[in-house]
Design a protein. Structure first.
Lengths: 252, 351
């Protein structure tokens, strides 16, 4: 099937390019570790006093993983704008390659990069005292990958639709801030007043974070787990659909 | 057919015989026409004003024969790039139809994509990427086997004097090298027709001349049909077998460079004199020359056209001497494509 083959070709090229910039890979790997070492200790005391269930790492690492998926994907659109400027996107659009593959191949590269960062994060967290079942880590990585894919699709789509860094930056920030504040990533939403909790319930990421926290506590049969995973899959489907549409519209 | 090293070659060949798949490369072209466009039109929605549209290309007809180098010449904003992008499937025509290398542009753009090469003025490679990897990756999007792509890429690089750059990053190449690499990218799937969008923009004079030689070689040695846009008349003049001049979204003239220049009434003679009084006198004398048009006088300078500057000049200078007028400068100019454009549109290409 040409979509699969083309996606692989585009992925391979993007992956090689990503590996060619070691400084960027190192920065990407450093970030989660910095979060753990510089922010994690603060959480130790908060976790003990606030409404969290479980120890600091069980609460904090799921939030960090979700955040990694969101932010790891949300800003990749800058890359596709640069590629468009250098003529690479038009060059691929003028080839018989599947339009969806042109964006999916790049998104797969982003997912791989985010997954590597997530594994480093989890590994570092283990050394700092995170103890969870292996199945929980696996579900965590799946969720990060899904979120990364959804946001990478969206970010690449916005990048191609606007073709302007000046437009992408504020759009990405505007998306990121409410998602972050209303997700309970940094503080539990149980601390919030009632009205804020109602608002937060409309934020799918709140449920995704809760799903992962439940899994980290070993509550695999909690229905929130399935809700969280389902929401993440729906986000990927929406992202892929929007992304493919934007790429197809490039030659309209 | 690509070289087969597979031991089961006969079995692999079987289906091809049974289904009798036509080989596009050998398909006999009855008309020998490689691009045929009729009423090709493109309008854009105007920004701000609701419902208003801007007609970038207003229904153009054009045909290109196989093996030609056709120059698409016009000022910036005339609709050159829009037309090119339509023929390359990067923009959908609002109206009209076209057949490109035997495939219908509107019904089967994917087939058109398989058969053409496109070299954008924006480039084709990432600065951080290695040359070889970009070539191979691009070739594979056309279903070309990796080994074949490597071999073909290296041959093309050598043909364009880019021998030893396979492992270099694209960003480390000079402007001229990078442009030739773009052409290699556009040719790696061996298209019969290649589109070049403003190929020499931003290159220094030496790299331009070098690039032109390579474009000519492309046609002479590979038989590739070249369709190029340019706003440089020297480029159109020295490269093209045939020129299409576009202005305000329509084709205003078409012909070989020589044919087009014949449309301009002869050579231009420019006289510079000592004073305005002399200029007025000189313009009257010049106007009496055989075949001359009405001279235009601007301060000390008189400009007019004659059918043949070389024979008119001695006569003119003799007449001026007789009248006691001293010309301090004389210039005879053969017509350029810019004069053609000026004659056709009343504006200069340089504007």
């Amino acid at each position: 099937m040409s979509f699969v083959r083309d996606t692989w070709i585009i992925f391979e090229r993007s992956m090689l390019l990503a590996l060619r910039q070691p400084e960027w890979v190192v920065i990407g790997l450093m970030q989660p570790v910095l979060y753990l070492t510089l922010f994690g200790p603060l959480l130790q005391t908060i976790a003990a006093t606030s409404g969290f269930e479980g120890d600091a790492w069980q609460v904090f690492v799921p939030g960090l993983l979700v955040q990694l998926g969101i932010f790891g994907g949300l800003f990749v659109g800058f890359g596709i704008i640069a590629e468009w400027r250098s003529g690479v996107i038009d060059r691929q659009l003028v080839s018989p390659a599947s339009r969806a593959a042109i964006i999916t191949g790049r998104t797969l590269r982003d997912v791989v990069v985010i997954l590597v960062q997530a594994i480093v994060l989890v590994g570092a967290a283990f050394f700092m005292g995170l103890r969870v079942p292996a199945g929980a880590l696996l579900i965590g990585l799946v969720l990060v990958a899904l979120l990364g894919a959804a946001f990478s699709f969206i970010s690449n789509a916005i990048g191609m639709a606007t073709k302007s860094e000046d437009a992408l930056a504020p759009i990405a920030n505007t998306l990121a801030l409410p998602i972050l504040l209303l997700s309970g990533i940094l503080l539990p939403m149980t601390l919030a007043p009632a009205w804020l909790q109602v608002v937060a319930n409309f934020n799918p990421f709140k449920h995704i974070v809760e799903a992962l926290r439940a899994v980290f506590l070993g509550h695999f049969s909690d229905p929130i787990v399935w809700i969280g995973l389902l929401l993440a899959v729906v986000l990927v489907v929406i992202g892929a659909w929007v992304g493919s549409r934007v790429l197809t519209a490039q030659t309209k | 057919m690509k070289p087969q090293s597979h031991p089961f070659q006969p079995i692999r060949r079987m289906p091809a015989v049974l289904i009798a798949v036509p080989n596009n490369d050998n398909e006999a072209q009855v008309t020998n026409t490689i691009i045929e466009a009729k009423g090709l039109k493109r309008s854009f929605k105007a920004k701000g004003a609701k419902g208003k549209t801007i007609d970038a290309v207003r229904g153009i007809d054009l045909s290109v024969r196989e093996g030609e180098i056709v120059g698409f010449l016009g000022p910036n904003g005339a609709g050159k790039t829009t037309t090119l992008k339509m023929l390359c499937t990067l923009l959908k025509p609002t109206d009209g139809s076209a057949t490109v290398v035997g495939a219908d542009l509107r019904r089967d753009p994917v087939e058109v994509r398989r058969r053409i090469g496109y070299v954008s003025q924006a480039g084709s490679t990432s600065p951080e990427a290695r040359v070889g990897q970009e070539i191979v990756s691009h070739a594979r999007l056309y279903g070309i086997d990796k080994q074949v792509a490597i071999q073909r890429g290296k041959e093309l690089l050598a043909a364009l004097d880019l021998g030893e750059i396979w492992d270099r990053t694209c960003g480390s190449l000079s402007g001229g090298q990078r442009r030739r690499l773009d052409i290699v990218m556009g040719l790696v799937h061996q298209p019969r027709l290649v589109f070049l969008d403003e190929p020499s923009t931003g290159l220094d004079p030496q790299s331009r001349a070098n690039l032109w030689n390579h474009i000519r070689k492309l046609r002479d040695e590979l038989g590739t049909t070249v369709f190029l846009t340019t706003h440089y008349m020297d480029e159109a003049d020295s490269l093209s077998d045939r020129i299409l001049i576009i202005d305000h979204g329509t084709i205003v003239a078409e012909g070989t460079p020589t044919e087009l220049k014949k449309r301009v009434s002869g050579d231009t003679i420019t006289l510079t004199l000592r004073s305005e009084a002399d200029a007025t006198w000189a313009s009257q004398i010049a106007g009496r020359l055989q075949g001359a048009d009405a001279p235009a006088t601007e301060a000390h300078v008189v400009r007019f056209h004659v059918p043949d500057g070389a024979t008119a000049l001695p006569v003119l200078l003799g007449d001026l001497t007789k009248a006691g007028i001293d010309a301090i400068g004389v210039d005879v100019n053969r017509p350029t494509l810019d004069d053609v454009f000026l004659t056709l549109t009343g504006r200069s290409l340089r504007d």
